[in-house]
Design a protein around this ligand. Structure first.
Ligand SMILES: Cc1cc2nc3c(=O)[nH]c(=O)nc-3n(C[C@H](O)[C@H](O)[C@H](O)COP(=O)(O)OP(=O)(O)OC[C@H]3O[C@@H](n4cnc5c(N)ncnc54)[C@H](O)[C@@H]3O)c2cc1C
Length: 489
């Protein structure tokens, strides 16, 4: 029994550096394999669970041996539990239990993501220290784990330095954050934000993301956001970054409040960025269907634009962008880019289909209104929905609604469908695309980003549309691939 318990404990030690390696953002494994660090996170969670079970069994078996099997009791157990290496062992077990319990999705939802992230770093480091104290003859596994932790941290600091240290405007070497312009869309509690800045940074590929830190809010938080713009094609020009962000309840809500408090459009704030991260996404075929839901457009847009740029005017396949938005005015998030796509659609280079889920037709398109109740903004939306004596409705200038009617117009290759409270049938959308795309374009790649429901719908329909027998007969259109941009960590 003691031999079994010791061996299982040694295995838990040996798995620790691997588990740490699988969790690092500056991932050596990503460098070697080209696979994004996010995908290794799945394995990190499983190795962590295995370490927890092994540690638990090791503790249980030794407790039975020392507390029950060895005699006389309770003196044997009392001497055993007072040994310093056993006290370290108890702490290690406590820490690994904390790591396991506080990593459960339900608990993360309850404690908040930031608490999870910060406590995970601290307690994992304490766990490594406690393991070293418990059995120092196996110190090398813990040393290896610490080296990986420090390497990850060091490379991240180096990355920030490379992105931001250089000659400042005054001519001295210094740290210069990027100056980002914030644009807020809508006045709901969770508005969309657009962030734009030009800053020298390593080039990125479509679908990759940066971690953005907003020092005006906190220097202790950075969040991942997908770059919606394309990297510059010519060397020498500073890259322009665009991000489309949905304000939730943490740092992004504070960012929306910062923009709102500073007066809306054209607000600037410093940004510190690290990255780029994530695997470069390339369709690998000329038949590309990109599906985006809401802010998922930050993934789909650069993928589509890059595919169009790659082939120029002559294209054997069909590129189609499907964007599901709540309201037609959401098109303003990427108004300029949509203008470019509209032009390309007119020339026949791309097909754009927009589905508006919360409006029934152009006549229902809401004016962009700010509703003020007393001193407080309550909600954007329908004028009829607001009652109360102290309520004032401040309509945005007339030109705004003219603007919306321009971006909401149907044109050749660019269609807007109003669903009035329903979701689009993505099965029908994908099947229609497969029907229409030319066989000369080769196999089909579907790429999507957005709410999890869109991901599930795409998985089902893509699985249905694949047919090995047809592919065997040379019908490449029956070979349908799917890449889902998973934003849940
Ligand atoms: C690779 C990747 C790319 C992303 N790209 C975009 C994008 O282009 N546009 C966009 O609007 N959103 C994007 N997200 C999601 C975005 O990172 C979160 O919405 C944001 O971090 C929420 O911050 P918050 O403090 O307001 O969250 P909270 O309101 O506190 O929490 C809401 C949820 O956001 C997630 N979250 C919070 N902090 C983080 C974090 N540091 N890392 C990962 N997830 C977190 C958690 O699941 C949490 O449950 C992306 C996420 C990932 C992983």
């Amino acid at each position: 029994m003691a031999g079994f318990s010791d061996r299982i404990g040694i295995l838990a030690y040996a798995l620790t550096p691997l588990s740490v390696l699988l969790s690092s953002r500056e991932s050596i494994l990503s460098l070697l394999t080209g696979i994004s660090y996010q995908h290794f996170n799945f394995l990190h969670r499983w190795t962590g669970r295995i370490i927890f079970v092994q540690s638990f069994l090791h503790t249980l078996v030794w407790t039975i041996i020392e507390g029950k099997l060895y005699q006389p009791q309770p003196s044997v157990f009392q001497t055993f539990i007072a040994e310093p290496y056993i006290i370290w062992g108890c702490f290690a077990m406590l820490f690994i239990t904390f790591l396991y319990v506080f990593s459960l999705r339900r608990v993360i939802r309850w404690t908040g993501y930031e608490f999870f992230k910060k406590s995970h770093y601290v307690v994992a480091s304490l766990y490594i220290g406690a393991c070293w104290g418990h059995w120092d003859k196996l110190y090398f596994w813990m040393l290896a784990s610490l080296i990986v932790v420090l390497l990850d941290l060091g490379l991240r600091i180096l990355g920030i330095g490379l992105n931001h240290i250089g000659y400042t405007k005054s001519g001295y070497l210094g740290f210069t954050p990027a100056t980002a312009i914030l644009t807020t869309f809508g006045t709901s509690p969770s508005p969309a934000l657009r962030i734009d800045f030009t800053h020298p940074s390593p080039s990125w590929r479509p679908g990759q993301h940066y971690y953005l830190c907003f020092p005006a809010l906190s220097i202790w938080q950075s969040h991942p956001f997908t770059t919606a713009s394309l990297p510059p094609t010519s060397t020498g020009s500073a890259p322009h970054h665009t991000y489309i962000i949905r304000a939730l309840s943490g740092e992004t809500a504070k960012l929306a409040a910062l923009a709102r408090d500073a007066g809306g459009e054209g607000v600037t704030t410093p940004v510190i960025l690290t990255g780029p991260y994530g695997a470069a996404v390339t369709p690998g075929t000329e038949n590309l269907l990109a599906v985006a839901g809401g802010t998922g457009i930050s993934f789909a847009l650069p993928v589509v634009l890059a595919a169009l740029n790659e082939c120029g005017g002559s294209r054997a396949g069909l590129v189609q962008l499907v964007w599901v938005v709540r309201r037609v005015r959401d098109l303003k998030w990427v108004e300029g880019e949509m203008g470019v796509l509209r032009e390309r659609a007119r020339e026949g280079g791309v097909d754009v289909r927009v589905f508006v889920t919360r409006e029934g037709g152009p006549e229902e398109v809401e004016k962009d209104v700010v509703v003020v109740s007393g001193d407080k903004e309550v909600e954007d939306g329908k004028i009829e929905g607001v009652v109360g004596t102290d309520t004032t409705i401040l309509e945005k200038p007339e030109e705004d609604s003219v603007n919306i009617s321009i971006i909401a117009a149907n044109s050749s290759g660019f269609s807007i469908t109003y669903l009035g409270g329903a979701h689009p049938d993505l099965g029908a959308v994908v099947r229609d695309y497969i029907e229409r795309c030319p066989a000369s374009g080769g196999r089909i790649e579907v790429m999507g980003s957005g709410p999890a429901g869109i991901g599930s719908a795409l998985r089902s329909v893509v699985a249905e549309c694949n047919d090995g027998r047809k592919v065997g007969r040379g019908e490449e259109k029956a070979d349908v691939g799917l890449y889902w941009d998973d934003r849940l960590l």
